[in-house]
Design a protein around this ligand. Structure first.
Ligand code: UD1
Ligand code: CA
Length: 483
């Protein structure tokens, strides 16, 4: 079979505990840039073209498997963590058919490994028709890592674990990343790994000697940037890894035509898509299935999750959007909150301190200040006055309200759902609307104003003694009124 046609099976080792996280959450589930670490490995495996992916779980296995549920991977349990060699064997058991396949080994705690690196590793392995290719890196001090020991000709001879290494071997700068590409003999050879070493573990690295004993050459593929395989072992490592991924993502967007002010403060998950001439101000956070079309501007410290912003939309500072759709040319904020089910048409204006939920606002609707619009449809060009509340909840159930086009809702009105307001209707300010309003009608629903002349003088006069001591301005005013 042509090397490039060989299927690729991937075993991801993720059974370790990660005590340095000091956490109830398994190490590989700690998120980096919006994804659990192990999910980065799964993503890399799938993107490099894996036929089967098996994740070896142990510590927190139930949680890890639940987190990856639906991602199309298989699981193998490693009940006791007897070493990487043993973990690999557990993984192989789960693969349904591995004859003739290349086998790639990844770790669940190295989220920085780039897809381009994996592709280059795979190409190298296949071009050389290699039996065993190790991904290595070089560090001035590779303490803690297994070292790559080469013979006089420079061929890879063995890997020695730090614990088992001599003083001289510890000066070697080339280290084992733990990523390997193996031919299908690995499945048989791995059974011959023993635990005769400093830690009494089954070392996957022993495979190397087993391959060589069969007369196979082992190749090393050296990383340009050793940082790609540095695992995140504690929370500072997590933050560092996240910083690197975050920077990669913002850099890619800037190269593709997005303006980002103070990019070091902007956080964009890799699931987000951005159009051309999008502008992001400092502190913007974009998460999940969010997509911003061309010419969208997002103001400082806005947080946008799972939302779609169409061309030219503007989100002003400190707004929070979740599960919303904002139509072309609409503007939102500052300090607006759009909750799930919000759909804004073309040129809608949402101002400060407006909250929407499950609200469909047609083209040209304006809600400029201080409103709650929940479970409501609002027709074109309707004006929602400051302080309008759609009272959608009766204490037990939520009800919907439908407002027509060209309606004028006066300030501080309450629409008590379920309610229907016809096109071009007019609601007087301060109304508590508890009946439907037909097309073109005017509704006033508030107490009629009573004005009682001289009321203040009588009221405060009765309290004159107390007013004298406590409220000098009122006392002076009462003095001017005469008795
Ligand atoms: C391993 C390598 C070492 C390499 C280093 C790179 C061996 C013997 N050594 O060492 O040469 O430089 O990785 O980081 O392989 N795991 C299991 N089950 C186990 C043990 C480990 O699933 O029984 C998983 C861990 O969750 C982790 C990965 O395998 O994702 C590596 O295990 P770890 O204990 O960190 O290996 P190292 O001792 O660092
Ligand atoms: Ca390690």
């Amino acid at each position: 079979m042509n090397a490039n046609e060989r299927p690729l099976d991937v075993v991801i080792l993720a059974a370790g505990q990660g005590t340095r996280m000091k956490s109830a959450v398994p190490k590989v589930l700690h998120p980096v840039a919006g994804r659990p670490m192990v999910a980065w490995a799964v993503k890399a495996a799938q993107e490099v073209g894996a036929r089967q992916v098996v994740v070896v779980t142990g510590h927190g296995a139930d949680q890890v498997e639940a987190a990856l549920n639906g991602s199309g991977v298989m699981f193998a349990r490693q009940e006791k963590q007897l070493g990487t060699g043993h973990a690999f064997l557990c993984g192989l058991d789960a693969l349904t058919d591995h004859q003739g396949a290349d086998v790639l080994v990844l770790y669940g705690d190295t989220p920085l490994l780039r897809l381009e690196t994996l592709r280059a590793l795979l190409d190298d392995h296949r071009e050389r028709d290699s039996a065993f290719t190790i991904l290595t890196g070089e560090l001035p001090d590779a303490s803690g890592y297994g070292r790559i020991i080469r013979d006089r000709q420079g061929n890879v001879e063995r890997i020695v674990e730090h614990k088992d290494a001599s003083a001289l071997e510890r000066t070697v700068r080339e280290f084992n990343s733990g990523v390997y590409l193996l031919d299908s003999r690995a499945t048989d050879l791995a059974h011959r790994i023993t635990n005769n070493n400093a830690s009494g573990e089954y070392y996957l690295t022993d495979l190397l000697g087993l391959y060589r004993a069969q007369g196979s050459e082992v190749h090393a593929f050296k990383l340009d940037d050793p940082g790609e395989v540095i695992g995140a072992n504690d929370r500072t490592g997590l933050a560092e890894a996240e910083g690197i991924i975050r920077q990669r993502i913002t850099t890619d967007h800037m190269r593709a035509g997005v303006t980002i002010h103070m990019p070091e403060t902007v956080y964009i998950e890799d699931t987000v898509t951005l159009g051309r001439d999008v502008t992001l101000e400092p502190g913007v956070i974009l998460r999940g299935q969010t997509s911003l079309a061309d010419d969208v501007t997002v103001g400082a410290y806005a947080v946008i999750s799972d939302s779609i912003l169409e061309a030219g939309a503007v989100v002003k500072p400190h707004s929070v959007l979740e599960g919303a759709r904002v139509g072309p040319g609409s503007d939102v904020g500052p300090f607006a909150r759009l909750r799930p089910g919000t759909v804004l048409g073309v040129g809608v204006h949402i101002g400060n301190f407006v909250e929407t939920k499950n609200a469909q606002l047609a083209a040209g609707v304006k809600a400029g200040h201080l409103a709650y619009l929940g479970d409501v449809t609002i027709g074109e060009e309707t004006n929602v006055g400051a302080g309008t509340i759609v009272a959608n909840y009766d204490g037990v159930n939520k009800h919907r309200t439908a407002v027509g086009a060209g309606v004028f809702i006066g300030s501080n009105s309450t629409l008590i759902a379920p309610r229907t307001v016809g096109d071009a209707a007019f609601i007087a300010a301060g109304s508590a609307v508890h009946d439907d309003v037909p097309e073109g009608a005017m509704a006033v629903a508030r107490g009629k104003q009573r004005t009682i002349e001289g009321w203040s003088r009588r009221y405060w006069g009765g309290l004159r003694e107390q007013v004298n001591g406590k409220l000098p301005w009122l006392a002076a005013w009462l003095g001017k009124q005469g008795d």
